[in-house]
Ligand binder design. Structure first.
Ligand SMILES: Nc1ncnc2c1ncn2[C@@H]1O[C@H](COP(=O)(O)OP(=O)(O)OP(=O)(O)O)[C@@H](O)[C@H]1O
Ligand SMILES: [Mg+2]
Length: 598
């Protein structure tokens, strides 16, 4: 046997109490998760999992990792014994999947467990049997390098828990889903999963993520690559492209990993929704496989008993980096081809026959509805069936981004999904992306006003103190001139912090922090000594973006009129400062042609 000093130690009571512990073992899939994570932490290159009867009869996890000595194996089964942390400080920067020293003893306390292990380089292994938490046998054995754990008759001593398990098939499905996720997180590790005699998963070690994706999900042609690093946060992976399989982004699994750990996270989920709703109205739950890497001391993993959630030290930074990463990836992805075949010819209804002219009737009705439904949950306005159909029936060709005609003003009818303004004039119907339109308007206004002098500024009642990375602080410091002209007052505040005393009057106070963080990111890497003008334009664009109304904001009719009027006055109004289209038009000609009126 190897006589290296034990890698595992017992945690002090004080430290053990600091750990977010709870129910570790809920169902067979949670056992599989803990055992496979242990194997990954042990540096395994191959992990083989076998289950019987949905894991209720047997779960076996075999790895070729570093193994344990006899002494370590005995310790591993004790509560709060771990090789992964030692001191309180270690909790602040965890780089392993496990850290509590809870999993093995918890599993052993509700099953018959067999642990067989041999450390690398040792000539013998050890086998320990535990029954409902009591060690019943320990002996030296011949064993291959690595560790095998068998969990037999899970919950044999907790019948109440056993009763709550789902059917064998349903538990197997959960295990298979979990294994898929773990396999995705570690492409370089080979994984197999067998249920009885069936092979459910077979993934040889892969070199690249896309290879592993293919092993797990087969063709993923609808995904686009995502990649961005800023201010110490990196995100990479794949996300559903806008065109998908012809009908907008494909719905699908959302696999999110933070430093190799699969998590659910509201900040990330929100940024995904945000990025997609800015780019398309089609999809709220797009398929994504995203990997975040950030220094372990900037993410707290000790917040959830099953380690399924994390807490970011700077959630808004993570949000912003992801939003941009997805924004860039989606901007490069081909636009969706809305399925708009020639509209089926309908018998002209009485309404169409009697219609006096384009839209005079509906406009009045819709404008009224828009004013009267301002309560939360209402949809702004319900377009009459004819408009819904019309919008659906428009072909891409008819919907090319169009410059907003100058001269005549458009009359807003209401909002579609609180994200697009539907407007009409004599020449047709327009769909306007409210966020990009307002952003465009504000950007033009800011640039215009700047020619006269600095922008109007508002002082914050309580100055905002923000922690930023050195690169971000430097970026803000370097572009003081531009920031001041826009109405920002940002100063070094000592340590990692900056103090924001004032922001431009047009930025909502509540958006101050995100705006500053976005500026820090946008100006990061902006070439030093480059033309001030360029930095100024960047500051103006970022400010306009954060001051503008957002997708999903309910707008009053007055605000819509304002945005449309201002839009009409701005030059180049068919694209936003980031180059996104502002307006789609369906021309009168096209409408008449489709209704066979010409
Ligand atoms: N497959 C394995 N190969 C090598 N060592 C292992 C293996 N599984 C467990 N160990 C050792 O046993 C210790 C206890 O494992 P256990 O899963 O109970 O706790 P942990 O992984 O440290 O923390 P957590 O409770 O968060 O999972 C680990 O710290 C590790 O040193
Ligand atoms: Mg563990």
């Amino acid at each position: 046997m190897s006589d290296r000093p034990s890698k595992i130690t017992r945690l002090s009571t004080e430290l053990a109490n600091q750990i977010a512990a709870g129910e570790v073992v809920e169902r067979p899939a949670s056992v599989v998760k803990e055992l496979v994570e242990n194997a990954i932490d042990a540096g395994a290159r191959r992990i083989a999992v076998a289950v019987e009867l949905g894991g209720k009869r047997l779960i076996r996890v075999e790895d070729d990792g570093e193994g344990m000595t006899a002494e370590e194996a005995a310790l591993a089964l004790e509560r709060h014994a771990t090789s992964k942390i030692r001191r309180l400080e270690d909790l602040a920067a965890i780089s392993t999947l496990g850290f509590r020293g809870e999993a093995l003893p918890s599993i052993a306390s509700v099953s018959n467990l067999l642990l067989r292990t041999r450390p690398r380089g040792a000539d013998r292994g050890v086998e320990i049997r535990v029954s409902a938490g009591v060690t019943t046998a320990t002996r030296e054995v011949g064993a291959s390098e690595g560790t095998t754990i068998e969990v037999i008759d899970l919950f044999c001593n907790v019948p109440a828990r056993r009763k709550f398990l789902k059917s064998d098939g349903a538990e197997t499905t959960q295990i298979s889903r979990l294994m898929t996720q773990l396999a995705l997180g570690y492409p370089e590790v080979g994984f197999t999963l067998a249920s009885g005699s069936r092979r459910l998963l077979q993934c040889p070690s892969a070199t690249e993520l896309d290879e592993r994706l293919f092993q797990l999900y087969k063709s993923r042609d609808h995904l686009v690559e995502v990649q961005k690093t800023a201010a110490g946060v990196s995100v990479r992976g794949f996300a559903a492209g806008l065109a998908g399989q012809g009908h907008g982004p494909v719905r699908g699994p959302q696999n999110l990993f933070v430093n190799g750990r699969a998590v659910k996270d509201r900040t990330i989920a929100h940024a995904i929704t945000h990025a997609y709703s800015a780019a398309t109205i089609k999809e709220r739950s797009p398929e994504v496989h995203l990997f975040f890497e950030l220094p372990p001391d900037r993410v707290d993993v000790n917040v959830h008993p099953a380690k399924a959630e994390v807490r970011f030290l700077e959630p808004s930074l993570v949000h912003e980096v992801l939003r941009r990463a997805l924004g860039d990836a989606l901007a490069d992805s081909p636009a969706p081809e809305v399925a708009l075949e020639a509209a089926p010819t309908r018998a002209p209804g009485p309404a169409a026959e009697a219609s006096p002219g384009p839209w005079t009737q509906p406009v009045a009705v819709l404008a009224d509805t828009a004013t009267s439904t301002d309560g939360p949950g209402s949809t702004g306005f319900a377009p009459p069936q004819s408009l819904t159909d019309l919008v659906r029936d428009m072909r891409p060709a008819a919907m090319a981004p169009a410059p907003v005609p100058t001269g005549r003003s458009m009359l807003p009818l209401g909002q579609f999904r609180d994200t697009f303004i539907i407007a009409v004039d004599d020449e047709g119907i327009a769909i306007i992306d409210q966020h990009v339109a307002h952003e465009r308007v504000l950007f033009e206004q800011v640039m215009e006003r700047l020619t006269a002098g600095p922008l109007e500024s508002q002082r914050l009642l309580t100055p905002l103190v923000l922690e930023l990375s050195p690169a971000e602080r430097q970026a803000l410091g370097q572009h003081q001139v531009a920031l001041t002209r826009l109405g920002f007052e940002v100063e070094e505040f000592g340590g990692d912090s900056v103090c924001v005393a004032a922001v431009p009057a047009l930025v909502p106070i509540a958006a101050s922090e995100v705006t500053i963080r976005a500026l820090a990111l946008d100006l990061d890497g902006f070439e030093e000594g480059g033309p001030v003008d360029q930095a100024l334009r960047q500051v103006a664009a970022t400010t306009a973006c954060h001051a503008a109304v957002k997708a999903h904001d309910r707008l009053t009719p007055e605000k819509m009129v304002y945005i449309l009027d201002e839009l009409r006055r701005t030059a180049h109004s068919s694209v936003c400062p980031h180059g996104r289209p502002v307006v789609l038009r369906l021309s009168r000609r096209e409408i008449e042609r489709r209704f066979e009126r010409i």
